[in-house]
Unconditional design. Structure first.
Length: 223
């Protein structure tokens, strides 16, 4: 059976609260939607290799899943990323999936090639993990079998995930993949995304907002 690729998504209408110093909620929601679109576009390149499910109760995310012809695992509780993946893992195992891949919805520079590298690196039994650029978060995790260790996401999940996996005695593969490594949670990461090479929906949105801000400042200074 093909792996199940899981993308947990909380309510987009109040997404990215930690970016509150940079944008109001309307802008944060638009950015979250653009990042999700970028992730789904990249995942489309693996359509022949994996079954894709959005783990969500958000209606906009459900609509995007339908647009991309991906499945949805309903998450009506909307508690946390960890709880959503725990539920979705049990859902997958009940349907015969032996392997799951988890990626967040806020890694807008992810590419199909990077995801293929994670798939290709997978041991027969064990785990592949891609850390965030600061090696604190866990931005992609492939588990085989699907519940070989529980996943607990957060700002400092990478080292605990590695420690839990090493305790099993099974192979742990750590991959450094630049696109997957950048997740957008803090204001300084917006500038990183804006300046890095690429032309994703998220980058175009940020660059347009930056241009609008600079234009408004110039007009104010001229006035």
């Amino acid at each position: 059976m093909r792996p199940a690729l899981l993308i947990p998504i909380k309510t987009l209408g109040n997404a990215k609260q930690r970016l509150g110093d940079a944008f109001d909620q309307q802008h944060r929601t638009l950015l979250a939607q653009a990042m999700l679109h970028d992730v789904l576009t990249a995942v489309t390149g693996l359509r022949e290799l994996v079954d894709v499910y959005l783990v969500t109760g958000d209606e906009t995310a459900r609509s995007l899943a339908s647009e991309f012809h991906f499945g949805v695992i309903p998450d009506d509780r909307n508690e946390s990323e960890s709880a959503a993946i725990e539920m979705a893992t049990a859902w997958c195992e009940a349907r015969g999936y032996d392997t799951t891949i988890v990626i967040p919805a806020d890694v807008p520079l992810v590419t199909s090639d990077e995801l293929r590298r994670a798939l290709d690196a997978a041991p027969d039994v064990g785990m592949v993990i891609v850390p965030a650029y600061d090696r604190r978060g866990s931005n992609c995790i492939l588990r085989r079998p699907a519940s070989i260790i529980p996943l607990r996401f957060g700002n400092d999940s990478f080292l605990p995930h590695c420690a839990a996996m090493r305790q099993t005695g099974k192979p742990l593969i750590i991959l450094e993949l630049p696109g997957i490594s950048l997740d957008i949670d803090h204001p300084h990461e917006l500038e990183m995304l804006r300046r890095l090479r690429g032309d994703t929906c998220s980058q175009r949105l940020l660059r347009a907002w930056d241009l609008e801000t600079r234009s408004a400042a110039a007009l104010e200074a001229a006035g």
